[in-house]
Design a protein around this ligand. Structure first.
Ligand code: NIG
Ligand code: FE
Length: 423
């Protein structure tokens, strides 16, 4: 007899729902009241979506074990929504371990960038790498993210810069989307650095005149589907005016705006994001008070990246001020050759300790709010009937262990399921 349902998670000590379905994101006050059920069960259907959630008793009375392909006894364990990593650069060749030593010795990110290292170093290695090699290393990285509980991840291009190399990266992301279970939101980030021999103005024109029309064509042919457009809006990279031109051209072909801003210098990037209706602006270590108010009013998410501030010894993003002002705060790992971190539990830990977020705030920022920043909060980011059955099961009696313990998450995270399939 074929089973009616895919997965039953039974009798969890705590089942972290996050919030009710109608809520697309959580603000500071809501985050204090995350919904957590005790001694609870969850049912995922064969279509991968959640069919029921309730007390162990209630679910036992409605379903029988024979109806499930898989049953997991979650006594002594907790069930959480899969983590959503709102910002990564995971497709590249050639790591930058040598630059880590330089940074420890005092070199800044921009010192290294201007000397031809940093992003430019990775661009050269990525250009030389075959698509197969890029795919294989990307796949391994995604598998490591999955093991750390990430079930949906934003993945940027941006180490190609030239059209052909950017398309190579986007094809690699597209292939992973087709072949792997992990959810991916794909971002074109051709304006990540100004290519050698070009001015920012020339690079901007090239993106608008050649790259974006090519993306539009490939999307229409069903070859490559891109969700978001990103620009590194920074002094010495793309200024506010070029950023605006690129983002508007991206918006015109239907991409969500989600870009790097106010990281190393105050650029008024947050204000620009709000003005253009961006879904999110990332980094924001140097955001202004006006920028904070603008993000809150525009419901534009601030994607904070605690690994970057940590590794580059930057000032911490003003998470508390943003939360107080009603900004939708999300979190990302920023995985890239500068910030080599796969783990959202580690990111939440850093957000709590260094950015002074509460445990509830960090979890909401790494689930429902991160989903919002990617335009996916109707299907992802909380455990609700009708949403996708993406869950993390930890071997601990309280959910907070996933942030409290730092390092060693492979032992703590016992199962990760996507659409109810254990991966
Ligand atoms: O988000 N700031 C720009 N982009 C990346 C770093 C990319 C790199 O250094 O390779 C970031 O931190
Ligand atoms: Fe980044």
């Amino acid at each position: 007899m074929s089973c009616k349902f895919r997965l039953l998670l039974e009798n969890a000590e705590q089942l972290v729902v996050i919030c009710r379905k109608e809520e697309e994101y959580l603000l500071q006050d809501g985050m204090q009241h995350l919904e957590v059920l005790e001694k609870a069960s969850l049912v995922v259907g064969k279509d991968g979506f959640i069919k029921a959630i309730g007390s162990t008793e209630a679910i036992r009375s409605q379903f029988s074990y024979g109806e499930f392909e898989t049953v997991i006894d979650c006594s002594g364990k907790c069930v959480l929504p899969g983590f959503i990593d709102a910002h990564t650069h995971p497709v590249w060749a050639g790591d930058r371990v040598h630059e880590f030593a330089m940074k420890l010795a005092g070199a800044t990110y921009m010192d290294i960038h201007q000397a031809g290292g940093g992003i430019n170093f990775t661009v050269e290695h990525t250009e030389d790498a075959s698509e197969e090699l890029l795919f294989n290393s990307f796949k391994q990285r995604l598998q490591r993210m999955l093991r750390a509980g990430t079930t949906l991840v934003e993945c940027k291009s941006g180490y190609g810069l030239k059209l052909e190399s950017e398309l190579k990266m986007l094809r690699v992301i597209e292939r992973a989307q087709r072949e792997m279970e992990i959810g991916i939101s794909s971002t074109y980030c051709g304006a990540h650095s100004v290519p050698k021999g070009k001015t920012a103005k020339e690079a901007t024109d090239d993106i608008i005149e050649h790259h974006l029309p090519a993306l539009k064509r490939l999307a229409l042919n069903g070859e490559i589907h891109v969700d978001n457009i990103d620009v590194f809006c920074e002094k010495g990279v793309f200024d506010l005016e070029s950023t605006k031109r690129i983002l508007l051209a991206g918006k015109a072909i239907g991409l969500h705006l989600n870009f790097h801003g106010d990281e190393l210098n105050p650029m008024k990037s947050a204000e620009l994001g709000a003005e253009l209706g961006a879904l999110a602006v990332s980094h924001l270590e140097e955001i202004s008070d006006e920028g904070i108010s603008a993000l809150a009013a525009a419901k534009c998410s601030a994607v904070l990246l605690p690994t970057t501030a940590y590794i580059l010894r930057l000032k911490q993003p003003r998470a508390r001020d943003m939360l107080r002002a009603g900004v939708i705060v999300s979190l990302g790992s920023d995985f890239n050759p500068n910030a080599y971190c796969f783990s959202m539990p580690m990111v939440m830990h850093l957000a709590c300790v260094n950015m002074k977020m509460s445990l509830n705030e960090a979890l909401a920022a790494a689930t429902i709010n991160a989903a919002y920043s990617l335009g996916r909060s109707h299907t992802h980011g909380s455990l609700e009937v009708g949403k996708q059955g993406d869950v993390v099961i930890i071997n601990a009696p309280r959910w907070e262990h996933v942030i409290y313990q730092f390092g060693g998450h492979q032992e703590l995270i016992q199962y990760v399921a996507i659409k109810g399939k254990i991966v």
